[in-house]
Design a protein around this ligand. Structure first.
Ligand SMILES: *Cc1c(COP(=O)(O)O)cnc(C)c1O
Length: 357
């Protein structure tokens, strides 16, 4: 059957000519990428600039990880892999498990015991991954995954696999395509630092290809309890409610530092309270529900606006990295007031409860 209308075909089909991947690589895709770029009247007002949200929760498994995973899995399959492994704070494993199911190869996941949001763990399990809980943190899981891939016949698909960044850089291409140029500032949460490195690569390539005329200032935001790039040294026991960025020793440290330095940007951190507040405000002013880690960039923008920063005339893109439904326990933890009301089957009583009568 031939399609009747144009549908987004996933990042390999859409941008394959701009990806540095082996010739003859098969395409394992779920139609990832092509995510909404939503203007934010609220953040534009607060900052004085023009702010857009790149809503990566709209990817097939609910986070930007799918952009990199389609490429990593496709290349692994092209090279004959029969199993893939990753360390994960949750979203990498959810994404890898889905693409591995599609590729019909075995997904093996190493996660820190008790530290994964339930929604993400459910995704990995339902897609058929074998989940191994490690008594350690993410950084320990990554070290073990690397060693497993060294010693056993299993391909590593964490973002230390350069194919992941190839896929993830396509988000920059989409932004340049949409705006007609690169933005002035790009803001995003930073954990293992693969994504900021991938965005920077995408922007540099867009400039070199003549698709854009400038490079944005790259602003990475970490959680205060897991801010090695701010401190300038690894954090042995990172702690934050924003589990997707609870990382003490980022694998892409050098690339991320280079992106910040060369773009005139820097890393800063926000508290868990600021993250949760930004998450809630984003959901109830803009209709965009993101997971806690995903709100770190928004929290950072709000923090600097409160400190007096102005962005008049500038275009700002904020990546919100993953969907709010992945971690509803944390999202609801800030609601101490009553949010639902019980009434009898009586319209007038419902109206009174709603303040209509
Ligand atoms: C992975 C992830 C991050 C952090 O991205 P890095 O590339 O590790 O810096 C942020 N938010 C969400 C939702 C993620 O899944």
């Amino acid at each position: 059957m031939s399609p009747q209308s144009r549908q987004w075909r996933g990042v390999i089909e859409e941008y394959g000519h701009r990806l540095d991947i082996p010739a003859g690589t098969p395409t394992i895709t779920l139609g990832e990428g092509g995510t909404p770029i939503v203007s934010s009247a609220w953040l534009s007002e607060v900052t004085g600039g023009q702010v857009w949200l790149k809503v990566e929760g709209s990817n097939p498994t609910g986070s930007f990880k799918d952009r990199g995973m389609t490429v990593a899995l496709s290349v692994a399959v092209g090279q004959g892999a029969e199993a893939v492994v990753c360390a994960s704070t949750g979203n990498t494993s959810a994404s890898m498990a889905a693409y591995a199911a599609r590729a019909k190869i075995k997904p093996l996941v190493l996660v820190p015991q008790g530290k994964i949001a339930a929604g993400k763990l459910a995704q990995a399990i339902v897609h058929g991954a074998q989940v191994i809980m490690v008594r350690g943190n993410f950084d320990d899981c990554l070290a073990m995954s690397r060693e497993l891939a060294d010693k056993y016949p299993v391909a590593l698909v964490n973002s230390v696999n350069p194919m992941r960044l190839q896929g993830q850089k396509t988000a920059s291409f989409e932004i340049v395509d949409y705006l007609g140029d690169a933005p002035d500032v790009h803001v995003l949460p930073t954990g293992n630092a693969g994504n900021i490195s991938a965005y920077w690569m995408g922007y540099e390539e867009s400039l070199a290809a003549g698709e854009s005329t400038k490079l944005p200032v790259m602003r990475g935001w970490q959680a205060a309890g897991a801010a090695p790039l701010v401190k300038g040294a690894p954090i042995p026991d990172p702690e934050t409610i924003a589990s997707a960025i609870r990382i003490g020793n980022p694998a892409s440290w050098d690339l991320a530092m280079a992106a910040a330095d060369h773009s005139g940007g820097k890393f800063r951190s926000v508290s868990d309270e600021q993250i949760l507040s930004a998450q809630r405000q984003l959901a109830n002013t803009e209709g965009v529900f993101v997971e806690p880690a995903s709100a770190a960039g928004v929290a950072g923008l709000l923090l600097e606006a409160a400190e007096g920063a102005r962005y008049d005339g500038e275009k700002i893109v904020v990546t919100v990295t993953g969907h709010g439904l992945k971690d509803i326990d944390t999202a609801l933890s800030t609601f101490t007031e009553v949010v639902d009301t019980v009434v009898n089957t009586d319209v007038d009583e419902a109206a009174r409860a709603a303040g209509l009568a």
